[in-house]
Design a protein. Structure first.
Length: 158
């Protein structure tokens, strides 16, 4: 568990501007930490989900899907993995599959912030502004402190 948490912190530092100490781990080092964590406990879907996030941060969306799809076969109710699968499809311009993933998460877990926000982004890209506003407003209701949701809501209104 400690190895997994360390890898997650390194991933956060790598993908969040200003979060690092200046001595961030490389993507390969972070991947090695996640692989170590899977060797210690192969049945933790969070480890695999975070490894998929690492792949997405490197624009390797096919690799992320190759990780997330087996996770979802084993843990079909894992909303975070399904939302991230939707994000990988959205980043690959497969809006049909992204829509399916986000809508499934939102039906199962209505206050899922990332699914609400990312579905709103998908609708925004399709120029369905009024529909996007609905999902960004729901996301704001879930957590008013997330500035990226407010930014997306402002874009949908403008």
């Amino acid at each position: 568990r400690v190895v997994s948490m360390h890898a997650q912190c390194c991933l956060y530092e790598l993908t969040t501007p200003g979060a690092g100490s200046g001595e961030e781990a490389s993507p390969a080092e972070i991947q090695d930490l996640f692989v170590q964590a899977t060797r210690l406990d192969n049945l933790q879907p969070d480890i695999w989900n975070n490894m998929a996030l690492l792949y997405m941060s490197l624009n390797k969306f096919d690799g992320a899907r190759a990780i997330l799809e087996p996770v979802l076969r084993n843990v079909p109710a894992y909303s975070d993995a399904l939302a991230n699968l939707g994000l990988s499809f959205l980043c690959s311009e497969d809006t049909g599959e992204a829509t399916r993933c986000f809508q499934t998460v939102i039906l199962r877990d209505p206050p899922h912030l990332e699914a609400l926000n990312n579905y709103g982004v998908l609708l925004l890209r399709q120029k369905l502004y009024a529909n996007a506003v609905v999902f960004f407003e729901k996301a704001v209701d879930v957590d008013v402190s997330q500035s990226y949701v407010w930014s997306n809501l402002a874009c949908a209104y403008s």
